[in-house]
Every structure is written in C-alpha cells, then in structure tokens.
Design a protein around this ligand. Structure first.
Ligand code: HAM
Length: 424
C-alpha cells in the first residue's frame, strides 16, 4: 500500500477553495483597513529571540515559539506575533516616519499550541496599529475598525461582540482593594487565565500570590461589575466616540478582559463569537512602553490582531464565505484533433491578447470530455474549430450558461465572446 507523507501537525493545506476564501478575507481586510486610511506593510518572518524576550509574554516566548539556531549559532524565532517587529521597525526609522502612523498587515505566524477548534500552529493574522497619539478617540478608532470589518463581512452584533476593558482602571481598582503593587501584575495575569483554570484552582492560585480572602471576595465582585467602566475617564470618552461613530452595538464593557501579553498598558479589547463561546476572534490594546523596550524613544501605540482560523469558522457557520473557487479562465479553446493543437493554441493566445483570460485544452481528447471539463471547472465560453469550420474560416462558440451556440467568422470571435461573457 502506498503511504502519503503527512503534513506537519497544526498546519493547513490551502486547496483552491480554501485559497479563494483566504484571498477573499484578505480583500475584506484590505478594504476595511484602507477605508480607514491605513497603509499596508510587512516585516520579516524570522526575528532574533531577544526581540520577544524584551516584552510579549513568557508563555509565548518560552512555550509557544518555534525557535531554532541558524548555521551561525544565533537563536531565531518564527514570528509568533507582529507587534514587536512593528515596534522595532518604527524605532529604526523613528525620526523619518510621519506620525500618526497608521499601518496594517496580513501574513503568516507560528505558535506551538495544541491544535484545536480555532487554533492551529500555523495561522494568518491581520494586524492593524496606530502609533504616535495617546487619546481615547484613537482607542475608539481601532475598536471601530474591528466593528467595521464585522459589518462588512456580514456579521451582526448579535453574532459577534467586542469586549473592552482598561488595564489602568484594573490596576487602580486592585490598588484600592489594597493588593500590593508587587503582586498586581501577577494578579492581572491570573484574571486573564481565569477561564483556563477551574474555580478552585484559580482561588488557590490567587491565595498563593498573597491575596487575602476578603480581597478575593471583592475581586469576584469587580469581575461581575459591568458598570466599572464609569470609573475610567478613558473608557467613558472611548464609548462616547464609538457611539458617535455608529458602531456601539458591536461593543460592550467586560471587566474580565485583560489580555495575555505583557506590553498592554491602557484600553484592551477582544472580540468573541456570541453564539459559540470559545477563544477570542481578535485581540488588542494600547501599549505605551514597547517602542522604548526595543530601543526607540517612548511613543504610545494601539492596535489589534485577528487570526484567520477563528473568524473563518464563524463566517463558514453563517454561510458568509465564498463557496466556489473561481476558475480564472473564462474561455476554453478545445483541441479538435492532433493536427489542430498549434492552431488552438494560436487562437487562445489571440483571445488573451484581447484581454480575456483563456486557456487551451492541453491535448486532443474526445470533444465530450473537453466540454465536460469546461463545465466542471466553470468556464463560461467554449470554442471549437473542426476541419469544416477551419476550411471556411469559422469558429463555433458555445455559451455554457445559456447553451447558445453560434458559428462566427474568425474576425468576429472576440466580439462574440465579449457579448456572451457580458450575458453570462
Ligand atoms: P494575540 O491575542 O496573541 O494578540 O493574537 C491575536 C489573534 O490572533 C487571536 O485573537 C487569534 O485570532 C489569533 N491567534 C493567535 N494564536 C493563534 C493560533 N494558534 N491559531 C489561530 N489563531 C491564533 C497578538 O498577537 C497581538 N500582537 C495583537 C496586537 C496587535 N496588539 C497590538 N497590536
């Protein structure tokens, strides 16, 4: 028995249908990003490990990154996220760039996670960030971009919600409870990991940190308080702008949103599938210190990233993804017999020169086989030139959508194809 070599765990194969869906997603992302004035950019796929050790998260760097030594002995990482590269590239040209800087990107990333629904080891991310201005209206703009994307792809606020919180607010609330500065960052990390632990495990972890039982009780109250945002001037202003932009129905306040990455300092947000609860569809927030951490001058930024895996599952469930891989050629020139291979190729080249995507059947197979192929791949128009047509200077043209078939003079072929394609 033949054995097929298996693909690497956690990777996906993009057959033309999946590729068409990925390209469609890329187009939607491009349109939303450009509608809001963001410029496309890209960073390298491999980076030095030190870039992530500077900030990011311990879990991401130590447990999830694909790390290898290159032949020179340097420790190299397959990028697990883009934000550190973004900070590095801005820092490198900090004096030359024009601020505020609005940049977006779509590309591949790798994380050594346990593959599960919505999570793979190789995935694509849409990253979008603004750097240079620290203002609640900017926070609102990035959240509004996410909402505009959902709207554009046909997802409603009943299907997806962007949940917002603020790290400064949470830090103040923890301080008010008397939770010591030295354990606040770790407490915040535990809040983020709450859904990964059982309630008992979580309580135990919190107590081990040094949080008292009365503080724990207050904390539980805070994590259910959906009016907590009113204590944050930043969030009040952000929600006001979101309201004015007409996207507030996509957004809600959630005191449990913290984000796992260490570099966030202010407003943070994540989007979720409302119907089928699971991991976040996108996540982001404001980060004030990353640029300085990678050697630049301090500059505040905010942005988010959305993976293609989770969002594609949701879009698929609502029938919002393209279902048919497009066949690029609109016209197929058949090959009547072996002697006519060259003339068929000549004809298809002439059609392409007229700006119409055309392909020639690659061998002189039986005509019904060629027609069936045309039908199956979705070609719109088929050309046939047998000995009779050739002798009289004619070509038979078949419109597969309407079943119309005409025989026209060679000089009228392009015009006829154009008419048929317009009708198809
Ligand atoms: P993140 O929360 O680590 O944030 O990832 C953002 C999104 O990437 C997730 O919400 C998810 O959609 C997708 N994602 C992450 N890991 C996987 C995986 N293993 N499989 C499938 N999808 C995945 C960041 O990466 C930040 N750098 C975002 C950011 C940009 N913050 C500011 N600017």
């Amino acid at each position: 028995m033949k054995t097929t070599i298996q693909s690497v765990k956690g990777t996906r194969d993009f057959y033309p249908l999946e590729m068409a869906q990925r390209q469609w997603l890329y187009r939607m992302i491009r349109e939303v990003s450009e509608e809001h004035g963001y410029q496309e950019w890209e960073g390298p796929i491999i980076e030095a490990i030190g870039l992530y050790s500077a900030k990011s998260s311990d879990e991401l760097v130590k447990k999830q990154a694909f790390v290898f030594n290159d032949r020179g002995g340097s420790e190299i990482v397959l990028r697990p996220e883009l934000t550190p590269s973004f900070a590095r590239m801005v820092a490198q040209k900090q004096q030359e760039l024009v601020y505020p800087l609005r940049w977006w990107q779509f590309g591949p990333f790798w994380r050594y996670e346990t593959p599960q629904k919505g999570r793979t080891r190789e995935f694509f991310q849409w990253n979008i960030d603004m750097i240079g201005i620290n203002h609640p209206a900017v926070d609102a703009e990035l959240i509004a971009v996410a909402a505009a994307f959902f709207k554009k792809v046909g997802l409603t606020p009943q299907q997806v919600q962007i949940r917002v919180n603020n790290r400064r607010l949470m830090n103040n609330v923890l301080a008010e409870m008397g939770i010591a500065d030295s354990i606040r960052a770790e407490t915040t990390r535990l809040i983020d990991r709450r859904d990964k632990l059982t309630p008992d495990q979580w309580r135990q972890n919190v107590f081990e940190l040094g949080v008292t039982s009365s503080q724990h009780e207050q904390l539980m109250g805070v994590l259910c308080d959906h009016d907590l945002w009113k204590k944050s001037d930043e969030l009040v202003a952000t929600f006001d702008v979101l309201d004015a932009m007409g996207v507030k129905e996509y957004v809600s306040y959630d005191p449990t949103i913290i984000r796992g990455l260490d570099y966030y300092t202010g407003t943070v947000f994540e989007a979720y599938d409302v119907v089928e609860k699971g991991r976040a569809l996108l996540g982001g927030g404001r980060y004030d210190n990353l640029l300085a951490a990678v050697g630049g001058d301090p500059l505040s930024a905010i942005g988010f990233a959305m993976g293609d895996v989770g969002i594609s599952l949701v879009l698929g469930r609502y029938g919002l993804l393209p279902q048919q891989p497009p066949y690029p050629a609109k016209v197929l020139v058949t090959v009547f017999d072996e002697q006519r291979i060259t003339s068929s190729h000549k004809l298809s080249a002439e059609i392409r020169r007229a700006g119409i995507n055309a392909t020639c059947y690659p061998e002189a197979a039986k005509l019904p086989k060629q027609l069936k192929y045309a039908d199956r791949v979705g070609v719109k128009v088929v050309l046939i030139q047998g000995p009779d047509e050739e002798e009289n200077g004619f070509v038979a043209i078949k419109n597969l959508a309407t079943h119309e078939q005409v025989s026209v003079r060679v000089n009228l072929v392009i015009e006829t194809i154009k008419r048929m394609l317009a009708e198809a």
